[in-house]
Design a protein around this ligand. Structure first.
Ligand code: GLP
Length: 266
C-alpha cells in the first residue's frame, strides 16, 4: 500500500516534495519527472520556482538543466496554443519559472492526424528517456488519475479517452462555461503511470476525501483508477487532514509534522 503522509497544509506538502526533488536532482541531474496539471501539484512547482528566484537563477536552468519532463495528459480539440491546454499551463507554471530547457520537456502531439499513433510515439519517447523516475499526480473527485476515468483498465497505456461529465464540470472553472471544456483527451494509461519508479500523489481539501479513501483503503478495481497505487512498490500519497478525514486507519499513517517521510531511494 502507498505510504500515506498527512500534512498540515499545502505549503508543507510543497516544501516536502520540492526538497525531495532537489535532493534527487543533486544525485541525478538527468532525472525524468512526470508533470501533472491541476491545483494539487502547484505548491510543489511554486516552492521549486521560489528557490530558483532566491538563488538568482530564475532565467537559467541551474539544477534543472538536464531534467527531462513528460506531461501526464492533454486535452484533444483545443486550438494550438490555447491558454487552457496543459502544454500552455505547464509552460506557465513549470517550464518558464524553473527555466527548463524546452527540448527536455515532452508533450503528446494532440494535433496529429493519426492520434493513436501519436499516443504510441509518446510511449516510445518515455521509454527512450529510460522511463519516468518520479511521477507527480493529483486525483479527480471521481477518482481519476491523469485523465483515466473510472472504468479505465489498470493496465492501460497512452490513448485517447472521453472525459466524464463530472470531470468536465470540475474543470469548467478554467473555461467560460462547461460547454467549452473538450470532450476528449489523450492520457498516459494507468499501466504507463504505474511504470514510473516513484509515484507521488497530492490531494487537499474535503472534496478529495472520498477519492482518497477509495484509492488507498478500498478494493483494487478499474472503477477506482487511483486504487492502482496499491499495486505500486513505491507510491507516496500526501494529503492534508481534510483529504485524509475519511481514512479508517489514519492512526497508522505518518504525520509529516512529527516524522520525515521514508522516501527510499529510486
Ligand atoms: C485534471 C487533471 C488531473 C488532475 C485532476 C485534479 O483533470 N487531468 O491530472 O489530477 O484534474 O485536479 P486538481 O488538482 O485541480 O483538483
Amino acid at each position: 500500500m502507498p505510504e500515506i503522509v498527512i500534512v498540515k497544509d499545502k505549503a508543507e506538502a510543497g516544501r516536502l516534495v520540492a526538497d525531495y526533488l532537489r535532493e534527487r536532482l543533486v544525485q541525478r541531474p538527468d532525472l525524468v519527472l512526470g508533470l501533472a496539471t491541476g491545483s494539487s501539484p502547484l505548491p510543489v512547482y511554486e516552492n521549486l520556482a521560489a528557490q530558483q528566484v532566491n538563488a538568482g537563477q530564475s532565467s537559467s536552468p541551474g539544477i534543472f538543466s538536464r531534467l527531462q519532463a513528460f506531461a501526464l495528459d492533454e486535452y484533444v480539440g483545443l486550438p494550438p496554443g490555447h491558454s487552457q491546454s496543459f502544454q500552455s499551463v505547464l509552460t506557465e507554471q513549470v517550464v518558464r519559472p524553473l527555466g527548463l530547457l524546452t527540448e527536455n520537456v515532452h508533450f503528446p502531439d494532440v494535433s496529429a492526424e493519426q492520434i493513436q499513433q501519436a499516443a504510441e510515439r509518446y510511449e516510445q519517447e518515455i521509454e527512450a528517456a529510460g522511463g519516468v523516475d518520479i511521477q507527480l499526480l493529483g486525483i479527480g473527485t471521481n477518482g481519476h488519475l491523469g485523465f483515466n476515468e473510472p472504468g479505465s483498465s489498470l493496465a492501460s497505456r497512452t490513448r485517447v479517452k472521453t472525459l466524464s461529465e463530472q470531470t468536465r464540470v470540475d474543470n469548467a472553472r478554467f473555461f467560460e462555461n462547461v460547454s467549452q471544456v473538450p470532450t476528449l483527451c489523450l492520457t498516459q494509461g494507468l499501466g504507463t503511470i504505474s511504470a514510473a519508479k516513484h509515484l507521488i500523489l497530492l490531494a487537499f481539501g474535503k472534496q478529495k476525501a472520498d477519492a482518497i479513501v477509495a484509492a488507498v483503503e478500498g478494493p483494487i478495481t478499474a472503477t477506482t483508477p487511483g486504487s492502482v497505487l496499491q499495486f505500486h512498490p513505491h507510491a507516496t500519497v500526501i494529503v492534508d487532514t481534510a483529504a485524509a478525514s475519511k481514512l479508517a486507519n489514519s492512526s497508522y499513517y505518518l504525520q509529516a509534522w512529527n516524522n520525515k517521510p521514508d522516501w527510499q531511494t529510486i
